[in-house]
Structures are given as C-alpha cells and as structure tokens.
Ligand binder design. Structure first.
Ligand code: MN
Length: 292
C-alpha cells in the first residue's frame, strides 16, 4: 500500500458570521476557491474555531431558512446548539453530539445557541458540513439523525495512543451509527501526545483532516497545527498521524458524486432550473412552516 500524500495544509481563512451565532472559517468550497467537487461528497466545511461567546439572555443564532438537495451535519466540540425544523424535529446538540439532517426535498430550520449555554456564555466550537446527495435522492423525504455522544462507538488505538470515534463508516471493524446515502468515512480521532494512528482510504475518495485541537505530524513529514485543514491527493491509500501534543482530528473521506453541481444560497442541485424551482417552491410555502 502506498502513502496518500498531502496536497496542501490550509490555514483557516478569515472568519465570517453566519447569523449572529456562528463565527466560521469556510475551508471549502469558497475559502480557497476550491472546485465545488474537490471534496465531494462533502460540499462545504464551515468551522467555528474555539471562541468565547459572552453571556446573553437572547440566544444568538440563525433564523428560519430553507435547504434542499443535501444534508447538513453539525458536530459540537464546545457549547450547545438548539435546533428546530419544519418536519417537526428538534433537539439540542451538545458537546460530543452530532446532528445529521437530511434536507433532501426541503426543510425549513433554525439554529440557535441553547438557552442555558447562552445565559452563561463560554467556549464554543463547532463544525458544519454540507454533504451532497446524488440526484436520485435529492427529492427524497427529509429525515433527521440525532447521534448523541453515547451512541458513537470508539475504537481504542494500540499502545494507549488514544481512540477513534466513528460517526460514519467503519474504522478497524468499528461501525459508525450514521446512515449515509453514499460511502462516507467520518471520525473524531482523539490522540494522546506521542500517540499514532493510521488510516486507509481508497485513492478515489476525497480525503481531508481538520485539526480541531493540538498539533500533528502527517506521514512523518508534514506539520499541521490546530485549526488547519489537511487536503490529501487522490493517490495512495495510507495516512499516518503522530500527535505532537494531545490532539483532536476530524477525519473525512468519501466517494465522490460525479454529477453536475448547481449551488446557490441554501440549495444544492444538479441544474440551475432545479435551483429556480427550489426558490419558487420556497416562495409558495412548499417547504412547510416554522415559527421564527
Ligand atoms: Mn441551515
């Protein structure tokens, strides 16, 4: 097996606010003008690096907005987010939890800091991914997977190097709970200082690692500090990681969806006619109703 080489280590792009509750670095597609398919099936990565929000009575967040044609995956590292959607789903995403929302044919939702967290303030750190859906599933029924910390199995690495928590896919026989429409591997690797881990993904899979905490060395050569994203080439299979301090890594790999992309605002379709249709359906109330 040959080494999957690092293409680039990306520093966090300048942050922008999403609503007033999320201060995010957009690594792709916009942040580095990456091709919209470069990380397919992952279309977008917004990373709220760790910041302290001051206490506030009225929770910060993003008001009611639609999505169609893809899935939003929210991973909480610090802080808590409350979520409501027009399909009647709601929940709180707390530290270690993952929310996997399949917008598919369309939902309205809103995302706010959870009330108690907002009143106390404190550290906040989250990832939101947009995962594309193949054409045949873009107009399927919306669904919602609430994946709590307790429901995420961990593989214990040898030599007490740490653990790999499997959200989706399979690591060394440990199967993640998330249902995915296309092959996706998604892990939180928690390595102790001096610990090592190995990952193997097919050449064709688009692969990247976000360093959420700590500092690592990739393939014995490339340093990557906290808040950086490592983009891998589509050659070779094997990645080795050594943690230079206690580290948390979000590991992403997936089979590309080889279909045209028409992306505009909160919609991710195959053609711009479909995007127009999404706006028309939204304006005609076909996404349901959600109170602001
Ligand atoms: Mn949203």
């Amino acid at each position: 097996m040959s080494t999957k080489q690092v293409q680039q280590v990306l520093a966090p792009p300048a942050p922008h606010m999403v609503g007033d509750g999320f201060r995010v670095h957009n690594f792709f597609p916009g942040g580095y003008n990456m091709s919209k398919k470069r990380m397919s099936p992952f279309f977008l990565l917004d990373y709220n690096s760790k910041i302290d929000f001051p206490a506030r009575k009225e929770p910060r967040g993003v008001g009611v907005h639609p999505h169609r044609g893809f899935e939003t995956v929210t991973i909480a590292y610090h802080g808590k987010v409350a979520h409501h959607d027009s399909a009647g789903n709601s929940g709180v995403i707390g530290e270690g939890d993952v929310q996997w929302m399949t917008a598919a044919s369309g939902v309205l939702h809103k995302e706010y800091h959870e009330a108690e967290y907002s009143q106390k303030g404190g550290p906040f750190q989250m990832v939101q991914l947009w995962v594309n859906l193949p054409a045949q599933y873009k107009m399927s029924n919306p669904k919602y997977q609430s994946i709590t910390k307790d429901g995420i199995p961990a593989y214990a690495l040898p030599n007490e190097a740490g653990k790999v928590e499997v959200i989706a896919g399979n690591y060394q026989g440990t199967q993640g709970p998330a249902y995915t429409f296309t092959p996706i591997e998604m892990y939180n690797a928690k390595l102790k200082k001096g610990g090592a881990a190995e990952f193997n993904f097919p050449q064709s899979f688009n692969t990247g690692i976000l360093v959420v905490e700590g500092n690592i060395k990739v393939n014995s050569t490339t340093e990557a500090p906290a808040d950086h994203f490592i983009l891998f080439q589509n050659e070779g299979e094997q990645i080795t990681i050594e943690a230079e301090e206690d580290s948390v890594l979000l590991v992403l790999s997936g089979e590309p969806i080889n279909e045209p992309i028409a992306a505009y605002g909160p919609f991710l379709m195959n053609t711009y006619d479909e995007v127009q249709q999404a706006y028309s359906d939204f304006n005609h109330g076909k996404f349901g109703y959600l109170e602001d």
